[in-house]
Design a protein around this ligand. Structure first.
Ligand code: GTQ
Length: 343
């Protein structure tokens, strides 16, 4: 039932419309089509120092196999459903030495960014992708994936998924593999050697809407950022920033998720910008302060922050800093929705 309507004398007519399962658009138009985008959810920071002990405690009480996925889902306090932002899910996942998070696949696409590792891998579609600190791994929609820790300490990473977005389409589903670990039929990290070296196979097309490279090791990313740093002045808004890209198209890694790596000089104050994307940041190296909307967060290694859509964001570093981030920029670009404003 419509309340607080603009045209009060029409209320009886509105009640009849409502009974007939309709609404007068002229009463709701201003909520549907605003002059500027409406941010959803709050700016927020999850500190690793707070989350790690919770995860370790969960690890002593539930196994990875029993949990299926032992994940602390990041709950944006400004949203009334699971999710780090309007379109994105994020969580910290932990697999203990010897454990396997069993093989499954689902329509939801995922990315992983490794925060702590002494050894382990995610197997994606028959290929093991090593998980060392800073490595970035994708598990695109409907690709089999299982995680194994073969080190001697906890393996902890940041998960990013398009769960809310896929849910909006009503297209969330998945299935278990018949074995905990899927069969391996490619050598380890084969996809990066095959497609990630400035070459692509002459014969055979990669027909999927995602990058055929599942693994972007930090070693290579650090090298690329250093190369930028050596030659270019830092961008006033972004420092030295790169996009993880699909070598077949130059586009984003997943159709639903874009990912970025950036380096900021020490004692650097970026200018403020805002975009229509919701963005999640993980601190890879360094310390500083992020101002997101009207909140100021001091950050250090492995902290995770969210910058909701159309919210001002600005960084001020103490030390040199490296940030990983992922966002819904990929689908927004595909749909022609992406906008940004740089101060
Ligand atoms: O590792 O497959 O954070 O299926 C949420 C759902 C991770 C995973 C999550 C998942 C996974």
């Amino acid at each position: 039932m419509l309340k607080d309507v603009k045209h009060k004398h029409l209320q009886p007519a509105y009640d009849e419309m409502f009974k007939a399962s309709t609404l007068p658009l002229w009463e709701i138009y201003d909520n549907l089509i605003t002059e500027v985008p409406t941010p959803a959810g709050d700016p927020f920071i999850w500190r690793y120092a707070t989350l790690r002990p919770l995860l370790v405690d969960a690890g002593s009480q539930i196994s990875a196999a029993e949990a299926e996925r032992r994940v602390l889902a990041l709950r944006n306090p400004g949203l009334d459903r699971p999710g780090v932002a309007q379109t994105l899910f994020a969580g910290l996942q932990m697999v203990l030495p010897g454990e396997v998070a069993p093989a499954h696949r689902h329509t939801q696409g995922a990315i992983r960014f490794v925060l702590e590792s002494t050894g382990g891998y995610t197997a994606v579609q028959g290929e093991r992708c090593q998980m060392r600190r800073g490595d970035f791994i994708t598990t695109p929609s409907w690709c089999w994936h299982d995680h194994k820790n073969d080190g001697d300490g906890p393996l902890i990473w940041l998960d990013g998924l398009d769960i809310p977005l896929v849910g909006f389409f009503g297209a969330r589903f998945g299935e278990q593999n018949e074995s905990d670990q899927q069969p391996i039929f490619r050598e380890d990290d084969n996809s990066i050697s095959r497609w990630g070296s400035g070459l692509k196979p002459l014969m055979g097309e990669h027909v999927h809407p995602y990058s055929p490279v599942y693994s972007y090791p930090y070693e290579r990313v650090a090298e690329a950022l250093n190369a930028m740093q050596t030659n270019d002045e830092p961008d006033p808004h972004h420092g030295w920033k790169m996009v993880y890209s699909n070598p077949m198209t130059g586009g984003h890694v997943l159709p639903t998720i874009a990912a970025f790596a950036q380096k900021l000089p020490a004692s650097f104050q970026t200018r403020t910008w805002r975009t229509t994307e919701s963005c999640v940041f993980a601190v890879v190296e360094g310390r500083g302060k992020a101002t997101i909307g009207d909140q100021v967060f001091s950050f250090e290694e492995n902290d995770v922050m969210v910058s909701p859509n159309w919210t001002d964001i600005q960084f001020e570093t103490e030390t040199e800093a490296v940030l990983f981030s992922f966002s819904d920029r990929a689908p927004q670009e595909l749909l022609g929705l992406f906008r940004e404003e740089l101060d």
